[in-house]
Design a protein around this ligand. Structure first.
Ligand code: SF4
Length: 727
């Protein structure tokens, strides 16, 4: 398969027409995309009351393949009742993630038990009885509640409140496996766990760092912004072990000049070895200080820890930095010189930074670098984690974490006159471990694919199978429904965001609260997440509960509670009437005063981790997402921007194929700390440096151990030591 020379472009335009055909015509797709609902895919944020395909600055058209893929998937027809007679879980396991996604929409509640040997449609009333009966049998701390970042603030708030009033804090969300290190790391630097800037700030930046991510595939609309930085004479620095096509050149379809001639994105592209980011970031910081380009007045007036960091940078040796980053000195110098010349720099990153055992330290090192030149705490400059799911930040803000923030805890108790559990709640991996050990008996998954997003896939399957009951709320099928089936598994079909009967809200990565109008139901059967949660709560806790769960079917009622309980969300109470979307107070940092106890930012010192050795035929592997997927959801088998025609491949440099004596004509077995994958095709890939390799997430999770960043509890999906042997 020939690799394209640029991202986006005419292939994206052609793809739009292909998707329109799938959706039943261009007009039908157009109406769906223009509805006043937040984009269902990433957190960059489109849609809402500004209208579909409009970004936070009011620019139109803003649309990408990811948003089209998610919309067209929701516009599929229903899975037929006969399907369940034919497709047992064993047969479902033979379908690829893409084939499962394309089976159609879930429309009937389904029950699976080993005795039934297949999924069997079941009535909603029976479902509520089964779940509530199981919950009444169990102790609350024998249960866990997992949330995807795609659900609304209302569904997230309601379910976390139900779980706590039921008696447990085993409440967590998908960010534990992706950006938790950003939240924890940023909070330790600025006092706030989210971006310090607005989308508008990027219009004033003259330098944007893109570190450990491939937004050309996963957040494509950011490419227009980066194109404009370059057009203004600004710089885009990319730090990534892989040279990604769309980060070198991207043709923005909505810009005629770019569509016709392409647009250069990266002005400097540096490839550290996998796991070498912390050393590289420390090296750039050291060089900035050597060049005298650090902002001493800012460091002394607005930051803590400068003397310690100054000493660490001085003492760090270039030999160590070069060895532990894999980047030659002259490239580090070039990075520092470009940074030193910038007036307004924005630092952005994704999971190439967070998916390491030192993920939090990576985020802190980015914070150090930004603070060194006073690039936080003013317009046009700052820190911007590029978040995943469209409402992953909102879910966290409304309380979907094991431990509630004190203010939310107190206000929730006061508002409803309840006493909440004070037990230590479990995070996502702790829930998996306790499911495997039998301590947990019940799991509830609001959207997402907990099984698919777990490292050590065989363990994840065992753990979830060890539960008495597992409840899934989803719109379509995924690998979890095929592999992770408990002694009793219930799948509940839910409505998509633009099918909701009532307005809902979402929070973008720029801390903007959007209002989604919802829309007409496409298929008979699915129900709103809020309705299902309120019903289960009512069936389980009944009329004795201090909360009137029947009234909680009303998303307006839930927003009143969020407004009273979650600091910064006061305006959400009236958003459905005012239609006024709003920035959450206190999140954007445009002045050198930080939401920390003393108002100062915090610098951090780090011990540089060694690179994993590639002696003894070893390679450093990182799991990656293809251009044809979003998180665990696979929409296309091919990875267009990397020129990879299939997913059961290992991307490996030709020098390593030679070093390991492998032969392209035979398949290989890749062995990692948690398992092996055989029958894998070698895909020669010069865009990654020798010694490093890559395979697709979630299939490669079989190889990935359950080793975590001790601070963020995020698995190290991007630093796995593997061996590759011919089959
Ligand atoms: S970049 Fe993200 S928010 Fe924007 S249209 Fe694409 S998927 Fe949606």
């Amino acid at each position: 398969m020939k690799k394209v020379r640029t991202g986006g472009g005419w292939p994206a335009v052609a793809y739009t027409f292909r998707k329109a055909k799938e959706a039943g015509g261009l007009l039908k797709l157009w109406h769906a995309m223009r509805s006043k609902n937040a984009c269902k895919t990433c957190a960059l944020g489109m849609g809402g009351q500004r209208g579909g395909m409009v970004n936070e600055l009011g620019h139109f058209p803003e649309v990408c393949k990811k948003s089209l893929q998610a919309m067209v998937a929701d516009m599929q027809g229903a899975i037929s009742p006969e399907f369940w007679n034919q497709y047992t879980p064993e047969k479902l396991q033979r379908l690829s993630p893409r084939e499962l996604e394309n089976c159609g929409r879930l429309t009937q509640p389904l029950l699976y038990t080993p005795q039934l040997q297949r999924f069997q449609p079941i009535s909603w009333d029976e479902v509520y009885k089964r779940i509530s009966q199981k919950l009444r049998e169990l102790a609350a701390d024998e249960t866990f509640w997992y949330f995807s970042g795609r659900s609304s603030n209302e569904a997230g708030f309601l379910l976390q409140m139900f779980a706590r009033l039921y008696g447990t804090n085993n409440v967590n969300n998908c960010s534990y496996y992706c950006h938790q290190a950003s939240g924890v790391g940023l909070t330790s630097v600025t006092g706030s766990g989210t971006a310090t800037i607005l989308l508008e700030d990027l219009d004033h930046a003259d330098l944007v760092f893109v570190i450990g991510g491939n937004p050309a595939s996963n957040h494509p609309r950011l490419m227009r912004t980066l194109m404009q930085v370059r057009r203004r004479g600004g710089e885009v620095i990319v730090i990534n072990p892989i040279v990604e096509t769309g980060l070198v050149n991207f043709s923005v379809p909505s810009d005629p000049q770019s569509l016709l001639f392409g647009s250069k994105i990266a002005s400097l592209y540096v490839q550290p070895h996998i796991g070498g980011d912390l050393a590289l970031l420390t090296g750039i910081a050291k060089r900035i200080v050597e060049l005298g380009h650090h902002d001493l007045p800012f460091l002394e007036s607005a930051c803590n820890g400068w003397p310690e960091l100054s000493t660490q940078l001085e003492e760090a040796s270039w030999e160590e930095i070069i060895e532990k980053s894999g980047v030659p000195k002259e490239q580090i110098d070039a990075l520092a010189e470009k940074y030193a010349q910038s007036k307004n720099a924005v630092f952005s990153w994704t999971m190439g930074i967070t998916h390491h055992v030192h993920g939090v330290q990576n985020v802190q090192a980015i914070g150090n670098l930004a603070l060194l030149r006073g690039m936080v705490g003013r317009p046009g400059a700052g820190l911007m984690p590029i978040r995943g799911h469209s409402n992953v930040q909102g879910i966290g803000s409304v309380g979907v974490t094991p431990k509630l923030k004190d203010a939310i805890f107190d206000r929730l108790q006061d508002h409803f006159g309840v006493s909440l559990p004070t037990t230590t709640g479990l995070d996502t991996m702790e829930c998996m471990e306790d499911a495997a050990s039998g301590k947990l008996k019940f799991g509830f998954c609001l959207g997402g694919n907990l099984y698919g997003s777990n490292p050590d896939a065989k363990f994840a399957e065992r753990a979830l199978k060890n539960l008495d009951m597992l409840v899934y709320l989803n719109t379509t099928l995924n690998t979890g429904h095929a592999f992770a089936l408990a002694r009793e598994t219930i799948i509940l079909p839910v409505l998509a965001r633009d099918e909701e009967p009532q307005p809902t809200t979402q929070e973008s990565m720029f801390n903007l609260i959007r209002l989604s109008d919802g829309g007409p139901q496409r298929l008979e059967g699915p129900r709103s997440e809020v309705e299902v949660i309120a019903k289960i709560a009512d069936y389980t806790l009944g009329d004795d509960s201090p909360v009137d769960w029947k009234s909680m079917h009303d998303t307006g009622r839930i927003r009143e509670a969020i407004a009273a309980i979650v600091p910064g969300f006061e305006k959400i109470a009236t958003i459905a009437d005012t239609k006024e979307e709003f920035q959450i107070d206190g999140r954007t940092i445009h002045e050198p005063r930080f939401p920390t106890p003393d108002g100062r930012a915090q610098l951090h010192c780090h011990t540089l981790p060694k690179l994993a050795s590639t002696e003894d035929r070893k390679l450093r592997l990182m799991t990656i997402r293809s251009e044809g997927q979003f998180n665990t959801v696979v929409y296309e088998e091919i990875d267009l921007y990397r020129g990879v025609p299939r997913r059961d491949v290992v991307l490996i440099h030709p020098d390593d194929i030679k070093r390991l004596g492998l032969d392209l004509s035979s398949t290989v077995t890749v062995s990692g700390p948690a398992g092996t994958l055989s029958g894998i095709t070698l895909h020669p890939f010069k865009e990654i440096r020798p010694g490093n390799t890559a395979m697709y997430f979630p299939e490669a999770n079989v190889l990935v151990s359950r080793q975590l960043d001790p601070v963020s509890k995020t698995p190290a999906f991007k630093s796995v030591l593997v061996t590759i042997e011919a089959d």
